[in-house]
Write a protein that binds this ligand. Structure first.
Ligand code: ACO
Length: 367
């Protein structure tokens, strides 16, 4: 997808927010549950701890917390949203869609809502989708959430998977504008021959739920780690280069790399293949583990709060996940990072105090 010409409506990120549950599960705690160690997990993955949703938290409640921040940063009322897209592979229910529940909970009375399932690549797929809705002229305000409560889909007796995943949510608001910026180039990829690589085998039409599937623990995530690792490393590199080509840019033109945080070694390997400056890759996997569709937006929100992203900067977001799927997006950032201080949630502000809207510059002039 190319950036629009002069006369076309553009889609810009004007709001952003994140939420991670307060319960921290450390590697040392995990090593009391399965045969593993802090040393093994840190060496193989870079993960030190992850967040786990409380019993009364769901994919919807995590989404709503992140979205309230994104709306406050954008200076937008939920009632003005036209569409809510929730990218997740751990929805509240197979049906109804979590996007509908999130829209209702936020008070987005006239918004359409649906879910997007591309596993860990879901946010990048969602960014392409939301941008298309706005650039086509169909909608002006779209909320995109990347969220997971994977802790409910993990076999806590399987050390191959339970050490890797965590819960969290990140959200952005895309707004119609006539300024340049936003999505400059992208690549979406899928290959169903990798279906067995990461799979929840039961609970769908191929293998309906029943006592036997539960006894065999088939409602939990299973992963062939080594194969996924190799495929992910290769495909993340290819998708990143393809998105850069579509944008007419090179690796050196990118100011900040926001990779899906699945494994620190995967990020380092992709970084070496792309020959990027490691200081330009934002890393937070040590705190959250693999939060699947939430990982790219959570890293984006933290990178903005950390002062690593400024107007005019070019970002490359890239993700890989079950399917297999992959997605990469080159985005020109346009918003004032100081607007993060308007978020009610402390995580979006990296704990800095909230300020009055009057103390912060108006959102960019929008059409
Ligand atoms: N603690 C201790 N030992 C362990 C653990 C653990 N938690 N898990 C596995 N091991 C053992 C294995 O049993 C194996 O033992 P063996 O040699 O006796 O058979 C040994 O450690 C090495 O196992 P490997 O699988 O080869 O370990 P590897 O170095 O490949 O790391 C990992 C495993 C971290 C899972 C890695 O393969 C990986 O990150 N894969 C990619 C995951 C990913 O990117 N997923 C993204 C998408 S997720 C989504 O879409 C929802």
């Amino acid at each position: 997808m190319e950036a629009p010409g002069r006369m076309t409506t553009n889609a810009l990120i004007t709001g952003w927010g994140m939420y991670a549950p307060s319960r921290v599960l450390t590697n040392d705690e995990l090593s009391t549950m399965v045969e593993t160690s802090d040393e093994w997990i840190v060496t193989r993955t870079g993960i030190r701890e992850r967040r786990i949703a409380a019993d009364d938290e769901t994919t919807t409640t995590l989404s709503v917390n992140a979205s309230r921040d994104a709306l406050a940063v954008a200076g937008l009322d939920a009632a003005d949203l036209d569409l809510v897209i929730v990218a997740t592979c751990s929805p509240d229910y197979p049906l109804p869609a979590t996007g509908v529940l999130v829209a209702t909970e936020l008070g987005a009375r006239r918004a359409a809502g649906f879910d997007m399932q591309a596993a860990c690549s879901g946010f990048v797929y969602g960014l392409a989708t939301a941008t298309s809705f706005v650039r086509s002229g169909m909608y002006r305000n779209v909320l995109l959430v990347g969220v997971e409560v994977l802790s409910r889909f993990i076999d806590w007796t399987d050390r191959n998977t339970c050490v890797l995943f965590g819960d969290g949510a990140g959200a952005v608001v895309l707004h119609a504008a006539d300024q340049p910026g936003g999505l400059l180039g992208m690549d979406l990829f899928s290959d169903g021959t990798g279906a067995e690589g990461i799979i929840v085998p039961a609970g769908g039409s191929a293998c309906p739920a029943g006592p036997a599937t539960i006894a065999e623990r088939k409602h939990f995530i299973r992963m062939a780690g080594r194969e996924v690792y190799k495929y992910a490393t290769r495909q993340l590199t290819e998708s990143s280069l393809s998105a850069l080509r579509a944008a007419g840019l090179t690796v050196d033109d990118v100011d900040q790399f926001i990779f899906h945080q699945a494994n620190l070694r995967i990020i380092e390997s992709v970084g070496a293949s792309l020959r990027l400056d490691p200081k330009k890759a934002y890393i937070n996997i040590e705190k959250y583990g693999n939060t699947s569709a939430a990982s790219v937006p959570m890293a984006l929100v933290e990178a903005v709060a950390a002062g690593r992203i400024n107007p005019g900067d070019r970002l490359l977001m890239a993700a890989f996940g079950a399917g297999y799927t992959a997605g990469a997006a080159v985005v020109e950032w346009t918003a004032d990072p100081a607007r993060a201080f308007l978020a009610p949630g402390a995580q979006t502000r990296l704990g800095k105090p909230q300020v009055e809207a009057s103390e912060i510059a108006e959102p960019m002039a929008v059409s």
